[in-house]
Design a protein. Structure first.
Length: 386
């Protein structure tokens, strides 16, 4: 059978284990999944009820940049919660933040230009950078330094001519690190000195523990023209399936990005945008109750992982643990697949988060408490026989 021509660009995309892990989870019902990065909670009921009511009115395209009602609501939220003062022209509504990041990379980069990507970091960045024919440059993060970005290490990875974008993600997937305002000020100076645009991915802005505070780097003095800020409804409102996110930044850039977004998607789903307007006025008790349940699970999983010989830092935000497996194996992928085959517990190999994730596995605690308990017992038994 003729399978058609496949582009070199596609053939060169990095090999990822995630699809194979998902396939095995779907096939083998005995596997407990600590794999996916998706809230296990349903979307809050008032949002579902509102969506049902609005569905007949949602059958048309919206304005590609996003419905004005939603962009106005986002402007208010950005001012109140992120200390970012913009107009609806500075906002674009997208199909999740993944599409926003892709459209922004398309608008910002010429082929071969470089994007600085802290590693371990979210697995969605590198393929998107590859797809726009730009080059990722990994900036190492280490557990000794709490997976915090170090500005001197960052400077050593900058190429004055080629480095155009720096991606930050706080609270961070997979490490749970939350950047302090002081560190952001330092990084902001490095970005300005090197004429780089910062992409600030704030997908987990509301998922914070033990008094950790979220700061948007775009709110710092003088950063308005240097930062694109990415937010999503996926995590805060358990709305992953609605594919709704947004990006704010300099008006001229958002205007350019809107062209890419328009040609790729024609706009985010109208029903999702309508629900998004409602979500932004939803009582905060819905987010708070999800976060307190994540915290309860976090307090279960972190001490147990440490006890069973997988050194793990306490996450300050997001809903993942990132554990050192080197006492048992040097190969994250092999370890993770063996754990899935023998103990029936699915985790994500650290190497999915870039080369500096080698020697680690990620567990998601966006999974029911009792499932996490059982998974930990199975992991303990597996490690005893290693
Ligand atoms: C750090 C980070 N950014 C962006 C995304 C993409 O989320 P969405 O496209 O659903 O907004 C994810 C999803 O897991 C993520 O973890």
């Amino acid at each position: 059978m003729h399978e058609g021509h496949i582009s070199e660009r596609d053939l060169q995309l990095p090999h990822v284990e995630f699809p194979e892990i998902s396939r095995r989870i779907a096939l083998d019902k005995k596997i407990i999944s600590l794999g996916p990065g998706e809230p296990d909670f349903p979307t809050p009921k008032p949002l579902i009820d509102y969506g049902k009511k609005m569905l007949p009115k949602a059958t048309h395209y919206s304005e590609p940049q996003g419905m004005i009602e939603l962009r106005e609501a986002i402007v208010k939220k950005l001012y109140k919660e992120n200390n970012i003062d913009v107009t609806p022209d500075n906002v674009i509504v997208t199909c999740g933040s993944q599409e926003a990041i892709f459209s922004a990379l398309l608008a910002a980069l010429d082929p071969t230009e470089q994007v600085l990507v802290p590693s371990p970091g979210y697995a969605g960045y590198v393929p998107a950078i590859d797809l726009v024919s730009a080059t990722p440059v990994f900036v190492p993060l280490s557990r000794e330094n709490s997976f915090e970005l170090n500005s001197d290490v960052l400077k050593r990875h900058i190429d004055k001519q080629k480095s155009k974008v720096l991606i930050l993600n706080s609270p961070a997937n997979p490490t749970g690190n939350v950047m302090s305002k002081k560190l952001m000020e330092e990084i902001a100076d490095v970005a300005i000195d090197n004429d780089m645009l910062i992409f600030s991915d704030e997908a987990y802005e509301h998922i914070l523990y033990d008094g950790a505070k979220h700061v948007s780097i775009g709110s710092l003095n003088g950063m308005e023209d240097h930062v694109l800020t990415f937010h999503t409804f996926s995590k805060s409102y358990a709305m992953c399936g609605f594919r709704l996110g947004y990006c704010t930044g300099p008006k001229k850039f958002i205007h350019e990005m809107n062209k890419d977004h328009h040609y790729i998607t024609l706009g985010a789903p109208t029903i999702s945008q309508m629900i998004g307007v409602k979500a932004l006025t939803l009582d905060k008790k819905y987010i708070n109750s999800m976060v307190s349940e994540y915290k309860r699970r976090c307090d279960l999983i972190v001490p147990r992982l440490n006890e069973i010989g997988l050194p793990t830092l306490q996450p300050k935000g997001a809903f993942y643990t990132f554990s050192d497996i080197t006492q048992y194996s040097k190969d994250s992928s092999k370890f993770s697949f063996e754990l899935m085959e023998k103990a029936k517990v699915a985790t994500i190999p650290g190497t999915e988060f870039g080369p500096y994730g080698q020697g680690y596995i990620r567990c998601s605690f966006a999974t029911a408490y009792d499932k996490i308990e059982t998974a930990l017992d199975k992991m303990e038994a597996f490690l005893k026989n290693k």
